[in-house]
Design a protein around this ligand. Structure first.
Ligand code: 13P
Length: 250
């Protein structure tokens, strides 16, 4: 029902030459894989270089961030339209690093989601609690606020171009992952939120990815969970062999 998506978030890594080398190796390593969608999100500077390399392949190109305006006096910012022009089909929005390091709030993230959708791209909306929020028992409140805030004002018809990524902040880059059962429980809760805000069909059709220290040795257990529809991979997406193994989960 939901086609899995395995997405690599390269964060602030890879020059253009390194990006070409990684994508060249990755293309070979995942050639012929048709069991899931595959996406890489390199730094902005590599996008236009990688687009022709990825054209016609089974790997899609995404961006890690955007600004929610089309054009104008916004020094240093990049619009969804420019990302589309560079060959992107998706944009990651509301990553916890942007929430924490750049003080992005749900209202701003909501503007970005809308801008990405208006440009005809897929929005990958990240949500996730910090360790403190988890320990304080606030996890469901935080996830509700971030999910409803990020999707505010969107109707069910555009949700087909939205992917949710659950990334517990304490699992990012730490080597710690939520247990398969804990992750499944949260994903099921998020799907319930979609059912409540929209309808059963929207909840059934929206992909919810897990992110946070996803590696070749834990992906199979995570992907076996009913409500986990893919992975948003940081560190392990920087090595073609590791990312290809994640893509070939099973
Ligand atoms: P790691 O896989 O390095 O923990 O990063 C996860 C992440 O933040 C992906 O967006």
């Amino acid at each position: 029902m939901r086609r899995p998506l395995i997405a690599g978030n390269w964060k602030l890594h890879k020059t253009r030459d390194e990006s070409v080398a990684l994508v060249t190796a990755l293309k070979a390593a995942v050639a012929g894989v048709d069991s899931c969608d595959i996406l890489v999100a390199p730094p902005f500077t590599a996008l236009a270089v990688l687009a022709p390399l990825l054209a016609g392949s089974n790997i899609q190109l995404g961006a890690q961030n955007c600004y929610p305006e089309t054009t104008g006096a916004f020094t240093g910012e990049i619009s969804p339209q420019l990302l589309k022009d560079a060959g992107c089909s998706a944009v990651i929005v509301g990553h916890s690093e942007r929430r924490q390091l750049f003080a992005e709030d749900d209202a701003f993230i909501n503007r970005k989601v809308k801008a990405v959708l208006a440009a005809g791209l897929t929005a990958i909306l990240c949500v996730g609690e910090t360790l403190e929020e988890r320990e304080n028992g606030e996890i469901l409140d935080v996830l509700t606020r971030q999910t409803k805030g990020g999707l505010a004002g969107l109707d069910a018809t555009v949700l087909q171009n939205v992917v949710i990524a659950y990334e517990p902040v304490w699992a990012i880059g730490t080597g710690k992952t939520a247990s398969n059962e804990d992750a499944q429980e949260v994903h099921s809760f998020l799907r319930g939120l979609l059912r409540g805000s929209y309808d059963q069909a929207t909840a059934d059709n929206t992909r919810i990815l897990y992110g946070g220290s996803v590696k070749p040795d834990n992906v199979d257990g995570l992907m076996a969970q009913d409500d986990i529809d893919g992975a948003l991979v940081g560190g392990a997406s920087l090595k073609a062999e590791d990312f290809a193994r994640i893509v070939r989960f099973g």
